[in-house]
Write a protein that binds this ligand. Structure first.
Ligand code: GDP
Ligand code: MG
Length: 296
């Protein structure tokens, strides 16, 4: 909408500044080993990759004993530079005794909030603070077709209190389309039953378009996806896909899986909102709690 007081041009200036600086986007992947976490991340971002370096250099390294690993990439999407950190959490929920297996993940997320708060309290006002806060948690669900494991429910609940959680049905090629729909509905019902409030959140600031977009996303979640690091030939063209005895799955074909929806959600429609929601809801909750504790 146009506006005679010139708000549009102000927004454009702010946007331009943001675009020039580029976005810092930090994603954590959570789920059992072997569910295709690394594969999916590579499928989403590989084609846009400009540059990656091994371990992300933290100002203060997180506890050495954890298995948590961060890798940083620079990607270009629609001409916008995106600095992307992918935090991998191998081995969650693999043990016979899974008691407290989520602790290191939650601690990692809170450590980033705490590091940011420390910098915010000490840094000069105009200085740009390096942001390692986790903007999105991709939560990988085993494609059993039945229901969620109770451990998954517990962990998803805990995570959703500190980070934007986006559930994903991994390896969706192992379910038929009917099974996929049933499984999705079961998962949604279970999450509702357990009062798990998932991203996206509607706010008063959302315009009708954004509200409609959020509703569309809610109707898709959990994204049923297939990942592949290999190309297969379909109609003479190489595409990301998986080939089995019966045929070929084209990862980017919307009739095959919801990979494209997930990628658009992450890199286009909700990128900025995931970042803002992290700052305004999750980080703010952490921050006010810490500052209150300081007062006592
Ligand atoms: P991670 O341990 O969660 O990081 O899992 P990986 O990405 O290492 O994948 C484990 C195995 O599953 C590999 O052999 C992958 O080729 C395979 N895989 C990954 N994604 C898919 C998928 O969408 N469908 C199928 N059928 N296999 C997959
Ligand atoms: Mg892996």
């Amino acid at each position: 909408a146009s506006s005679y007081v010139g708000f549009d041009s102000i927004t454009r200036q702010i946007e331009y500044k943001l675009l020039k600086r580029g976005f810092q986007f930090n994603v954590i992947v959570v789920g059992q080993t072997g569910l295709g976490k690394s594969t999916l991340i590579n499928t989403i971002f590989a084609s846009h990759l400009i540059d990656s370096k091994g371990r992300l250099e933290h100002d203060e390294p997180v506890r050495q004993t954890t298995d948590i690993q961060a890798v940083s990439h620079v990607i270009a999407e629609n001409g916008v530079r995106l600095r992307l950190n992918i935090v991998d959490t191998p081995g969650y929920g693999d043990q016979i005794n899974n008691e407290g297996c989520w602790d290191t993940i939650i601690k990692y997320i809170k450590d980033q909030h705490s590091a940011y708060l420390r910098k915010e309290l000490t840094a000069m006002r105009d200085k740009h603070i390096q942001d390692t806060r986790i903007h999105c948690c991709l939560f990988f669900i085993n494609p059993t077709g039945h229901s969620l494991r109770s451990i998954d429910m517990i962990v998803m609940k805990k995570l959703s209190e500190v980070v934007n959680v986006v559930p994903i049905i991994a390896k969706a090629d192992s379910l038929t389309l009917e099974e996929r729909e049933v499984f999705k509905n079961n998962i949604r019902a279970e999450m509702q039953y357990n009062n798990i409030r998932l991203y996206p959140f509607d706010t008063d600031e959302n315009d009708p378009e954004e509200l409609a977009l959020n509703e569309t996303i809610r109707n898709i979640i959990p994204f049923a996806v297939v990942g592949s690091e290999r190309n297969v030939i379909i109609d003479g063209k190489p595409v990301r896909g998986r080939k089995n005895k019966w045929g070929v799955i084209n990862v980017e074909d919307e009739t095959h899986c919801e990979f494209v929806h997930l990628r658009n959600f992450l890199t286009r429609t909700h990128l900025q909102d995931l970042i803002e929601t992290t700052a305004q809801i999750h980080y703010e909750a952490f921050r006010s709690k810490q500052l209150l504790a300081l007062k006592d």
